[in-house]
Ligand binder design. Sequence first.
Ligand code: ANZ
Ligand code: ZN
Length: 764
Amino acid sequence: MTEYNPKEIEAKWQKEWERQGLHATPDSIEGKENKYVLVEFAYPSGNLHLGHWYAFSIPDVYARLLRMQGHNVLYPMGFDAFGLPAENAAIKRQLNPRTWTFDNIDYMRRQLRSMGVSFDWSREVITATPEYYKWTQWMFLKFLERGLAYQSETPVNWCPSCKTVLANEQVVNGACERCGTVVEKRNMLQWNLKITDYAERLIDGIEPLDWPKPIKDAQKNWIGKSEGAEVVFLIAGSEASVTVFTTRPDTIFGATYMVLAPEHALVQEFRSKINNWNEVEEYISKARNKTDIDRNAEGKEKTGVELKGLKAVNPATKEEIPVWIADYVLPNYGTGAIMAVPADDERDREFAKTFNLPIVTGYPKAGLEDFGKKVTKYKLRDWVVSRQRYWGCPIPVIHCKACGTVPVPEQDLPVVLPDIEDYLPSNEGKSPLAKASAWVNVACPKCGGEAERETDTLDTFVDSSWYFLRYADPKNTSEFASKEKLKQWLPLDFYSGGAEHTTMHLLYSRFWHKVLFDLGLVNEAEPYIRRMNRSLILGPDGQKMSKSKGNVIDPDKEVERLGSDSVRMYLAFVGPYNEVSAYPWNPDGIVGVRRFLERVWRLNSKLGGENENSTLLHQTIKKVGDEIASMKMNTGVSALMILVNDWEKKEKVSQEEYEILLKLLAPFAPHMTEELWHTLGHQTSIHTETWPKYDESRLQSSEVIIAVQINGKVRATFSASSTIGKAEVVEKATGLPEVQKWVGDKGVKKVIYVPGKLVNLVVS
Ligand code: ANZ
Ligand code: ZN
């Protein structure tokens, strides 16, 4: 038998699978159930990094398992090709975004193939092609028709570095999600999508989904539903009134002053009645220049100015109370005005202390609806989707002096993004497309008069809000996807992606899908049944990989050195995939995995034994299948290792049972197992084999009690199967509350495991 030589084997099988069209997925197969496994598609950033490997090769293990278990599995890939990341990268290199993007796609496609991932490339989707964005535009027009897309001039987030507007979701801690620059507020006319109309349904729809609770909670918090009351406070000596929003109308007897957002309309209205206008005006302009981070920072010193000459009347006590403006009251939440109850509200108390305002305690409690009207408020804001950038989907509307905003007629779609020389963004908040006068100036579709095209482009998150639908019917030229084909694949059985998308892509695309559902264009109200956010791979030093830290692992080099199968299997082995966690890259760990594969390879020379039908084999079959399905690939791999350890001690191994091992290993190491499978005389691919079956009655094994020691002292025990492996023992042990109490956040420094007896966790 030859030595294990992944380099040769992997290239050979990749070519062969492609030749056979092994991963082309038909719309249906008689007698098989369709399953749709998806990973968020790639930005054409230029080079595959380890994160891509982790993102795509682990769900591939799951897709392969499902196939062997008898399903028709769609596992597609495409490119999220429009948008800021690609455009910024291109500009940095002084390259045209189009050339840069499509060159990268070619390069990345080749790299992606080296992973041995079972993508169906025949269904590839690229958002920056007219064939795709024609439908993005078509859908936008449907939104417009429904009144769900509208233009408005409001204060928006402006990134001075990317020179474009950003949606609230794309501002993370006050900074641009893309480049990290602190965003400014600018008043600009922008296109918005009415996601707020769907706030309630976006909350309700989450509950029944098979999503981890933290993802559900994060979305719910972002939507931020608040039930409370609106209470009207009269302004003394005038007809005017201010409505406040409060979640505690029962505390109204304790409201000793009122605070308005500096931007509140009443402030300007009462300008002539305010005695200290200069001071007020100065405060307003300061607040306007503050970023939201500054305004919202917790524990920050409270600032504000009293509106002297103005008093409000507390409707409960009938007392006149002072009116202040302060930047801790936000203009775009509730009504932009609050009643301050320093006795019961922490922020109000701090404010009252700072400015010596009265604090009344022991006041009577009001009935919930005595003074207020019940209302529900949401933190969610409409989604600002226009971008002042070149590299995006053109917004398909035309502005006509006579007719106003006119949608581009359906037969004129797509509005093709023109090639232009000067694609750099500008400071004035105008898209570079505004300079392409030959493209901009058109006849109004309604009156034929002189008109201009909209020059802003759509947020890239619009493009990605529906891409997964296109995979179901990627070549369709008359519809974005036929409803019949959609029915075959949707909703998604499994969707894996980055945690950062929880309140961006994951929220936007649910909204988008609900609108399509209401339009009768898709069959279900929720697109993703099961969602998981993946963990992170860190550099060997335990830090986030970055060029500046010099801790970047280049997957190409690892493949060159150890083979794709080793990289894949090592990534499966680092830890559970579904618990958002971070695992450092361990150079010894991957070498260990490579050795393991070599050992499997060498077992080949022990063939010729009798079937043993051991408990361990049956347990391994069950375990590997169960663990892959629950995305705990690591314990699946350790089960395989235990089996191989056992077999290495034997003189002979039966070929039939060795073939079972190969099948169990096939989702992890697709190339090596394919090679061994063929050397055993098979003519067809191992990846079309069925998953081995275990015999329930052969699973029994004795139970053992495992003692858990912390620094040598027994603190807990638990029972487990006698064949339990070290990784699982540690996982179980550290999950016990009695143990967590001792480990706390110190972390486990060292693990000593005596198989089937005890585990000693050393904590500092
Ligand atoms: C009186 C009161 C008494 C309040 C009390 C709270 C506790 P959530 O849960 O986030 O919706 N508030 C209302 N509008 C605001 C705005 N634009 N900017 C800043 N704060 C605002 O919080 C609602 C509460 O936050 C409201 O209830 C109001 O303070 C404040 F013991 O009213 B409350
Ligand atoms: Zn017109």
